[in-house]
Design a protein around this ligand. Structure first.
Ligand code: ADP
Length: 359
């Protein structure tokens, strides 16, 4: 559905997008992540036909964005961070305005009615937009993007400024839109990407540094092996039982106390879920397990590590110092190396394809 090939965008001597190639299939929901200045907006602006590229090709539904911008734009619904709402219009006026602006040919009443139903704004169609809550305004913005039934919808930070209930509603809405549309979601909120997207693309300094299915990243996060366990019982005996337990490869008593409980850091063997066995072993001895906290990787850990790891390739000395200072655990590095290596491999494959084309 979306094809980006060797996209480069220079602003003077500053390279904002540095040879990005990627392909997004029909019905995928893709999260676009990256630190500020990574090149996300520039890439999206090129994709939506708002900016021209220095070189490279971008097509949407097979239509070249630079070659046939009008038709390419018809395939895309875009919700910028600040939706361009006309606050003095009613919702109906705004949607009709969008309908005409886009030269939509679908049956007007039925189409607008359908869009209102999808984003659940049927009850406020006659209301003036400025009198609506931020959550409703965001829905109206999404409705505007859906007019014309575009195949691709792009959201830029869609939940900024919303309250927690509205955030959940908008995330659910985005997820449901993924059934009939290809969705790109650009956000700083990592949990949002994890909750909504099938695939996560991380970009840094204009390059793709990771491109992975969310389920693979989630598996790494959930396949957690380190816990803090709060246990009531004689410390030396508890520690010795923990160390002898099959499936535990490491145990250590921490200085942390909570009444008569001590906190122990334990690590299980790869692939072993130690939690039930731990509970029953302790219960058999009359020692209460009053807390069990996973010390897992978060998406933040992975994000920071991937971004740092990608910078290691550019500046080994600087990274080593920074990495040491942060004392990243080996597992995180492995994950990051895997993701970065995948991204590098894809880039190399793309370069090889171009050389063949050139030949
Ligand atoms: P992101 O959306 O990931 O925060 P951007 O795409 O906005 O990143 O920016 C990527 C890089 O391009 C940054 O270094 C930014 O300063 C630079 N940049 C963005 N827009 C312009 C512009 N109009 N003129 C010059 N430099 C720009």
């Amino acid at each position: 559905m979306i094809q980006i090939e060797h996209l480069v965008k220079n602003y003077g001597s500053n390279c904002a997008v540095d040879d990005i190639s990627l392909s997004i299939g029909e019905g995928e929901i893709v999260g676009f992540l990256g630190p500020n200045g990574a090149g996300k907006s520039t890439t999206m602006n090129i994709l939506t036909g708002y900016l021209s590229s220095t070189s490279g090709r971008v097509s949407v539904a097979g239509i070249d964005v630079l070659g046939d911008p009008l038709n390419a734009k018809k395939q895309i619904g875009y919700l910028p961070e600040q939706p361009p709402l006309y606050l003095d219009m009613t919702v109906d006026e705004y949607l009709n305005f969008n309908y005409e602006l886009k030269g939509c040919k679908l049956p007007r009443e039925a189409h607008i009615g359908e869009v209102c139903e999808v984003v659940r704004i049927g009850d406020v169609r006659k209301r003036v937009i400025k009198n609506l809550s931020k959550g409703y305004r965001q829905r109206v913005g999404i409705a505007g993007a859906l007019i014309g039934s575009p195949k691709v919808i792009i959201f830029d930070e869609p939940t900024v400024g919303l309250d927690p209930k509205q955030i959940i509603e908008i995330r659910n809405l985005i997820r449901s839109l993924g059934k009939d549309h290809t969705v790109i979601l650009s956000t700083h909120i990592l949990q949002e990407v994890q909750a909504v997207c099938d695939r996560i693309i991380i970009i840094n300094k204009g390059r793709i540094v990771a491109d992975e299915k969310t389920e693979n990243i989630t598996r790494v996060i959930e396949n957690n092996r380190r816990f803090n366990a709060k246990i009531c019982g004689p410390q030396n005996q508890v520690l010795s039982v923990l160390k002898d337990m099959q499936g535990i490869v490491y145990a250590e008593a921490l200085a942390e106390k909570d009444g008569d409980a001590t906190t122990y850091m334990i690590e299980s063997a790869p692939g072993v879920d130690i939690r039930k066995k731990l509970f029953f072993t302790l219960a058999d001895r009359g020692w209460a397990l009053i807390g069990l906290e996973a010390l897992g990787l978060s998406l933040e850990d992975i994000f920071i590590t991937v971004v740092n790891k990608s910078e290691e390739d550019d500046a080994p000395t600087r990274y080593t110092r920074r990495a040491k200072a942060k004392q990243r655990v080996a597992l995180e590095s492995q994950v990051a190396e895997g993701l970065v290596a995948d991204a590098d491999k894809k880039r190399e494959e793309n370069s090889a394809l171009v050389s063949e084309d050139d030949d």
